[in-house]
Design a protein around this ligand. Structure first.
Ligand SMILES: C[S@@+](CC[C@H](N)C(=O)[O-])C[C@H]1O[C@@H](n2cnc3c(N)ncnc32)[C@H](O)[C@@H]1O
Length: 330
């Protein structure tokens, strides 16, 4: 397997600095995709004026946001400061969503610190004219903390709506076989159990998703250097359930560009931002790489290989990318 990963870019400022000169966007710039009309802005999500220029009068039907979680991988702020910061980008997001819209937010919960910021975020969301619809749990394959606690394997995803947006999960069954027996019922004088009665051998997605592999260096979709990449399958599921072809989707925290790529695959348009020019560049290159090669990432290679950047610090990176457990905590 190709073995040329980038180190985690939040931890290696030297490599990050070297990548900067290969980035086409600087703060405030917006890239408009000439092929499908996606937009990528090097924008602070809380800067409402900059976001308004990105949107340029367009409205989205779906928002999928995956902010930093205020946990270990970032410089942490007080929970109050963090929530005040979230309030700003949620407000900005709602301004650019249609009256009937869906809003999904990925968020972490620090079990060593009263599960913050998840409950504080949920309470803050009550101040907005939106309704909570579901609290989805994505079950990671691997976790941490198995000796002294229940293994931590969960990622939290909140689903809110305003008005009556579309929702289409009806036809979507996962690849997970039905396993639990025991729900007996008498039908027409015959006692059957649930496995016999069901229309499908597999289960529906529900609000616990068990069928999504975390991203790690052996998967094609891996984007090394990124430390918080969401699996394409999870974003695709959201897009398919809550938007239609040609709709606009916003994502204020692009990072590896998962929403951008999933939107391209699903024939939607994605307007996305990241405050960091390096992640904006990675997101754009990921889209271009997919169009040129049909690949969803670089597995254990990286987005800047063509630039032949000397990655002195990259020797340490193999260990870091073997399985990015940290990423689950971001
Ligand atoms: C958790 S990652 C998003 C991961 C993404 N969903 C993916 O699948 O790759 C968070 C991203 O938010 C960006 N970010 C942090 N603060 C920001 C801000 N104020 N405005 C826009 N982006 C920000 C970071 O640079 C980082 O790339």
């Amino acid at each position: 397997m190709h073995n040329n990963p980038l180190p985690r870019l939040d931890e290696d400022s030297e490599v990050r600095q070297r990548l900067l000169k290969h980035c086409r966007l600087k703060a405030g710039d917006i890239w408009i995709d000439p092929v499908s009309g996606h937009r990528v802005g090097c924008i602070d999500a809380t800067d409402s004026h900059a976001v308004a220029s990105l949107m340029d009068g367009c409205q989205a039907t779906l928002a999928i946001h995956d902010p930093p979680y205020n946990l270990i991988a970032f410089e942490t702020r007080s929970v109050e400061e963090y929530i005040a910061w979230c309030r700003k980008w949620v407000l900005t997001s709602l301004r650019h969503l249609t009256e009937d819209c869906s809003l999904y937010v990925w968020l972490g919960a620090d079990q060593k610190n009263h599960y913050q910021p998840l409950p504080d975020f949920m309470i803050m969301m009550r101040d907005f004219p939106i309704h909570a619809r579901s609290f989805i749990t994505v079950r990671n394959q691997r976790g941490y903390g198995t000796q002294r606690n229940w293994m931590a394997v969960r990622q939290e995803l909140l689903y809110y709506v305003r008005g009556k947006p579309m929702f289409n999960i009806g036809a979507e069954y996962t690849d997970i076989p039905k396993a639990l027996k025991g729900y007996y019922k008498e039908v027409g004088g015959k006692v059957t159990e649930n496995l016999q009665r069901g229309k499908s051998d597999t289960i529906r997605a529900g609000n616990v998703w068990l069928d999504i592999q975390q991203v790690f260096y052996r998967l094609q979709e891996n984007v090394s250097g990124c430390y918080a990449q969401k699996p394409l399958k999870s974003i695709r599921r959201i897009i398919d359930a809550s938007s239609r072809k040609s709709d606009i989707i916003v994502d204020f925290f692009a990072h590896s560009g998962t929403t951008l790529l999933a939107a391209e695959m699903a024939e939607r348009r994605c307007f996305t931002t990241d405050i960091d020019p390096v992640f904006c560049e990675i997101a754009i290159r990921r889209l271009e790489h997919f169009r040129a090669n049909g690949q969803t990432g670089w597995q254990n290679g990286h987005a800047f290989e063509q630039d032949k950047i000397a990655l002195a610090a990259a020797e340490n990176s193999v260990e870091q990318t073997i399985f990015p457990i940290q990423a689950m905590l971001i």
